[in-house]
Design a protein around this ligand. Structure first.
Ligand code: GAR
Length: 187
């Protein structure tokens, strides 16, 4: 059995989708770790009977989060809408065991400040004809770790940032659990 930490800062719809996908799979167990105690992901966790914890930015920076992950016997870390930079101490211990999903086709629209709606607004402003998702390993630079998987969607001239976000979320729901399954269970 492997224990997966799902790190999330906001709504947590990907967290919910991942947990539902693995519902009847006894090989994986999940818990949520958020940096925001008011994040909606906590409501979802309650509904899903999923253990959920909060450690704030300071706790990530001072080693508390690493100690917590180790105490929980965490095997793998999945960033599902997590907006803090992962500190060096966690990267070092969990090298090759942290993946992130980014709501664009990296290397475009990545880096500091490029998250959630900011990404989709930038894609629309640049009149891109496509966007998509990137699932990648996490390293010390924002959104620059080795790419594992990408999928594309069309962006039409009339699409708003909200519409692009909707299309991208659909790709996330479809592919993120499958990629996690491949990486964590079959590698
Ligand atoms: C997702 O679209 C994810 O790709 C993005 O935040 C959203 C979270 O949605 N992540 C980033 O922008 C990271 N740079 P959710 O909370 O509903 O799963």
């Amino acid at each position: 059995m492997k224990k997966i930490a799902l790190l999330a800062s906001g709504s947590g719809s990907n967290v919910e989708n991942i947990v539902r996908y693995f519902h009847s799979n006894k090989e994986l167990v999940f818990f949520v770790l958020s940096n925001k105690k008011e994040a909606y992901v906590h409501e979802r966790a309650k509904k899903l009977n999923l253990p959920a914890y909060t450690i704030d930015k300071t706790g990530f920076e001072n080693g508390e989060a690493l100690q917590f992950l180790l105490d929980e016997h965490t095997d793998f870390i999945v960033l599902a809408g997590f907006l803090l930079k992962i500190p060096e101490n966690i990267l070092h211990v969990y090298s090759g065991k942290i993946i992130n999903i980014h709501p664009a086709l990296l290397p475009k629209y990545g880096g500091k400040g490029m998250y959630g709606h900011h990404v989709h607004e930038a894609v629309v402003a640049a009149k891109e004809t496509e966007s998509g998702i990137t699932i990648h390993y996490v390293n010390e630079h924002y959104d620059e770790g080795q790419i594992i998987f990408q999928a594309k969607c069309e962006v039409l001239p009339a699409d708003s940032a909200e519409e692009v976000a909707r299309k991208v979320h659909l790709l996330e729901y479809r592919y993120f659990p499958e990629v996690i399954e491949q990486i964590v269970l079959h590698k």
